[in-house]
Design a binder for this molecule. Sequence first.
Ligand SMILES: NC(=O)c1ccc[n+]([C@@H]2O[C@H](COP(=O)([O-])OP(=O)(O)OC[C@H]3O[C@@H](n4cnc5c(N)ncnc54)[C@H](O)[C@@H]3O)[C@@H](O)[C@H]2O)c1
Length: 352
Amino acid sequence: MAKIDFGGTIEDVVTDDEFPLEKAREILKNETIAVLGYGVQGPAQALNLRDNGIPVIIGQMEGDQYWKKAVADGFVPGKNLFPIEEAAKRGTIVKELLSDAGQVATWPKVQKCLNKGDALYFSHGFSIVYKDQTGIIPPDYVDVILVAPKGSGTNVRRNFLDGSGINSSYAVFQDYTGKATERTLALGIAIGSGYLFPTTFEAEVYSDLTGERGVLMGCLAGTMEAQYNILRKNGHSPSEAFNETVEELTQSLIRLVGENGMDWMFSNCSTTAQRGALDWAPKFRDAVAPVFEQLYDRVKSGKETQRVLEVNSAPDYLQKLQVELDAIKNSEMWKAGAAVRALRPENRKKNQ
Ligand SMILES: NC(=O)c1ccc[n+]([C@@H]2O[C@H](COP(=O)([O-])OP(=O)(O)OC[C@H]3O[C@@H](n4cnc5c(N)ncnc54)[C@H](O)[C@@H]3O)[C@@H](O)[C@H]2O)c1
């Protein structure tokens, strides 16, 4: 563990300096790692493990689109690609990387496949923390562990390939074997985490659900729409409104914030932008603070997960979702966005 000062709070973190990949390989060498689910996280973690020299098997519903994707990625049916139950039976570390609703649906079968001393691994605290809603209560003879990458599975893979990694939190909920922590850290390093920081299943799921509903997606989408609308209402063209709201953010500013922080951004813009942004930031903070209070309360009380499970397990879930997604795609703002993206030089060249 390395002790790092995060703005005055000292936290323990783990990188491959403290926990080299070689050590992870040694710890995992006699394990059979079964990755259940080949959606977004499943392939990313499975392929990173495989590229790091740690064999994995995949559990997936036979013959469906995800199964075909696994075959396309080099997994061989009957060798290292199996139906979910079969993979869960073979695994000594069973990675629950089905969708959260899929974990609920398959739990009655999966739990019967767990043997004494196995590890049940999650990348989200959802199933365990909201056990009253999910019914997922692991037997007391397995380790229950978590490594939660703080990024999309797409980037877990992409950043692994470019050598940059995605940071992950890790937690142990149940340590039956006495080896739960070393198993967790070995898996965290082996999937290519940038650095690992400790959490609990509860803290992981509360922060994750708040983050994705908040700044990462919900708040971001809502705020962008509000700004776009006010510009359009005042007669600005779609191109101008979109550039001023999204394109400048994604192509310029947020990259610089990622590299250097908001403090640097404030001191490296025009004095006009600086004065205005410094004045308006607290107004936006105060305007959204009550919404964040409401959001965190709903997450903690289980209302958010209850809604997810109810909506996502309805038989017409996918059709209804598509209607919502199409409405966004066909809105003027995101159609303008498609036009702006198509005009980027690299895309114009591609289309020539
Ligand atoms: N998507 C991400 O980038 C991301 C990031 C961090 C953590 N996580 C966590 O990782 C886990 C996997 O998430 P994901 O987004 O990769 O999942 P996903 O939504 O892509 O899941 C698709 C997988 O779930 C399976 N599935 C869905 N319903 C099923 C059912 N009823 N029966 C059997 N299988 C079913 C599909 O066959 C497929 O394998 C979740 O716990 C999620 O919270 C995801």
